[in-house]
Ligand binder design. Structure first.
Ligand code: C5P
Length: 248
């Protein structure tokens, strides 16, 4: 199976059904739950995202099994530490065959991750500013500028270091796309198909709107994992992605 997630920016139509641009967040407590979801998503090229909850309870071994089974895996571990620790950690994770890894977009951390990734196919995604933070939180944390300025600055740093992409809110995607050009992948969470529950996401956009704003990959959790038929939900979102990409 072609591993579309390892290529550079997805060309519209590269994955005819759009599923290679869909990242499904496996936010479940146990490996068995994640395996069942992965089975339901067989037949799609959706990237499977493993975050802290699952990673610390067998998720890293699961990631390697999924890769061996031909799936693309996203390790959402948001690394940040002293450079040597980041470099060695990324080197270890690069051996898993995962397609994506998140790191916090601080210049030191970015540079160390690029070294640790080496010539592997692991694509590094910078987290600029957590979307749970607003200007007040940034001030409380001691930053002298607001969230938008911080996002732009971290995006510039990431581009300079040669990072593969950024995780960003849909509201930031257009601005970052204009600033960074087409070479940096934009990965956008907070996606809700029309008519679905927003849950704890405060600012949501539809899959089509995210693509129109310049997203390359969409992160979707509960609208897929909480659906009665996760496979059907993923295929419907993939179809919406493909249609929007054709019109873009
Ligand atoms: O679609 P749903 O809201 O369930 O997706 C939640 C997923 O998106 C989680 O895995 C979460 O870590 C991720 N995410 C997010 N907001 C961000 C970055 C990632 O919700 N800013």
């Amino acid at each position: 199976m072609p591993n579309a997630a390892r290529t550079t920016r997805q060309a519209p139509g590269e994955a005819a059904d759009g599923s290679a641009r869909l990242i499904v967040a496996l936010d479940v407590p146990a490996v068995r739950d994640a395996e069942m979801l992965a089975e339901r998503l067989a037949g799609t090229e959706a990237v499977l995202k493993i975050g802290h909850q699952l990673a610390y309870t067998g998720g890293l071994a699961l990631a390697e099994r999924l890769v061996r089974a031909g799936r693309s895996v996203f390790l959402d571990l948001k690394l940040h530490d002293v450079p040597r620790t980041v470099e060695e950690g990324v080197r270890s994770l690069a051996g898993s065959g995962a397609s994506f890894l998140t790191i916090h977009a601080y210049p030191q951390t970015l540079r160390a991750a690029v070294v640790g990734r080496g010539s592997s196919g692991l694509r590094l995604l910078g987290v600029t500013v957590l979307t749970s933070m607003d200007d007040r939180d940034a001030a409380e944390a001691g930053y002298g500028s607001g969230v938008l300025d911080l996002v732009r600055r971290r995006a510039d740093d990431a581009a300079t270091v040669g990072i593969d992409g950024l995780v960003c809110a849909a509201t930031e995607a257009q601005d970052l796309r204009n600033a960074l050009g087409p070479g940096t992948a934009l990965v956008v969470p907070g996606i809700r198909p029309a008519g679905s529950e927003a849950g704890d996401q405060k600012r949501v956009v539809t899959p089509a709107e995210a693509i129109r704003r310049g997203a390359d990959f969409l992160v979707v959790g509960r609208p897929v994992t909480g659906a009665a038929d996760p496979g059907a939900a993923a295929r419907a979102i993939a179809a919406e992605i493909a249609a929007a990409a054709r019109d873009a």
